[in-house]
Design a protein around this ligand. Structure first.
Ligand code: NAP
Ligand code: G4F
Length: 340
């Protein structure tokens, strides 16, 4: 049985990737950081389903800020594949917490690579490494659509931290022969998306407005354009990268671009609402520097990995609205109780 180690397993992508790997017969080990609240809701179903004498999902306490802990986990697990999905992944937050973002998102990747390099040297067993790079690397884009040869110009502390992680991953391949890949993934969403990212913020609010729990939605820049795909499709691309004969970089995207405004229009319209009656602009949500336009070409991934997206923009919006409508209706019918 192949063993994979996933950082960021409690996040959106981590949960889809863990499902994907378990379905393919992997034993999955995940790193979870300490929290005072229960933080693993997205993988709770997998924990329940895979319980038993030889559990297929094993969780380890760890933090990307703690290099010695990461090294110990890599030594104990002896993974064949490592997927580094952990990050302070919110672009807006990275302007308020730039040092923390650099520590976790940039140096965290280096700590993990060092642990892998040491382990590989000690055991002689190859460990294949996936780094979650981002279309935020392109920032102020030089050309559209963006592909693997488009120059990088990140526009946020997050983007700059991801740029470091991207290049150190390539550097460890060139310096030490590590099998290390970077997936340059464009925005990907799902009903499991964190609620502070714009798509989920819109679908949560629109559905709560529909059932009468909320009246207004405050947003920042409605004119920013993104290439939005479905997270479930994108984790398959991560796995495919690590199954290739040689490591490389791949853009994963839909080649379609839509504005935040279009996302609002479509989400509210699905509920029979007009977004203009509910959306208010709040300067708090504008960023000091913005990425205006992203649209990716995944031609290399199509050609070499045989990967293509299965969910288009309107299906994605519909999927998110429909799931959030059920959550909103349940909130209305059974308001959460706070304990004393
Ligand atoms: P996410 O939902 O925000 O998940 C981030 C994960 O990282 C969570 O499991 C989080 O744990 C964990 N994490 C944060 N800080 C950590 C720390 N100090 N130590 C250990 N774990 C830590 O992000 P996502 O959307 O799944 O994205 C996965 C990765 O892909 C991220 O690296 C992101 O930057 C990158 N990416 C995402 C997109 C996208 O559109 N989704 C596009 C390109 C690249 P908690 O649950 O405890 O917070
Ligand atoms: O949903 P967002 O916060 O995603 P963003 O900044 O594109 O970053 C996401 O995708 C990246 C890949 O390109 C990942 F690497 C990263 O980890 C993350 O998953 O914002 C999308 C757009 C931005 O232009 C933002 O300014 O929506 C705009 N926006 C407008 N109002 C808002 C809001 N964004 C948020 N989060 N909240 C708002 O109220």
């Amino acid at each position: 049985m192949k063993r994979a180690l996933v950082t960021g397993i409690t996040g959106q992508d981590g949960s889809y990737l863990a499902e994907f790997l378990i379905a393919r017969g992997y034993e999955v080990h995940g790193i979870v950081r300490r929290s005072s609240a229960a933080g693993a809701q997205r993988i709770e179903h997998l924990r329940r389903e895979t319980l038993g004498p030889a559990p297929r999902l094993v969780l380890h306490d760890g933090d990307m800020a703690d290099g010695s802990g990461l090294a110990r986990i890599v030594r104990e697990v002896r993974p064949a594949e490592v997927y580094n999905l952990a990050a302070q992944s919110h672009v807006g937050v990275s302007f308020d917490q730039p040092t923390y973002t650099a520590d976790v998102t940039a140096v965290g990747a280096l700590r993990l690579l060092e642990a892998i390099r040491d382990q590989q040297e000690a055991t002689g067993e190859q460990i294949r490494f996936y780094q979650a790079s981002s279309s935020e690397l392109y920032g102020r884009v030089a050309s559209t659509p963006q592909d693997e040869s488009t120059p990088f110009h990140p526009r946020s502390p997050y983007g700059v931290a991801k740029l470091y992680a991207h290049w150190i991953t390539i550097n460890y391949r060139e310096s030490y022969g590590l099998f290390s890949c970077c997936g340059i993934l464009f925005n990907h969403e799902s009903p499991r998306r964190g609620e502070s990212f714009v798509t989920r913020k819109i679908t949560r609010a629109a559905t709560r407005i529909k059932v009468g729990l909320q009246e207004k939605l405050r947003l920042g820049n409605l004119d920013a354009r993104r290439d939005w795909g479905f997270a479930g499709d994108y984790v398959e691309a991560m796995w495919l990268m690590l199954q290739q004969p040689t490591p490389s970089e791949y853009v994963i995207a839909t080649d379609e671009t839509h504005s935040v405004r279009e996302f609002c229009e479509m989400a509210f319209a699905r509920l029979g609402l007009d977004y203009r009656d509910h959306v208010e602009i709040d300067p708090r949500y504008f960023r000091p520097a913005e990425v205006d336009l992203l649209r990716g070409s995944a031609a290399k991934a199509r050609r070499e990995l045989g990967w293509s997206p299965s969910v288009n923009f309107s299906t994605l919006v519909g999927m998110m609205v429909d799931e959030d409508l059920q959550i909103a209706a349940a909130e209305r019918d059974h308001p959460p109780r706070t304990s004393m």
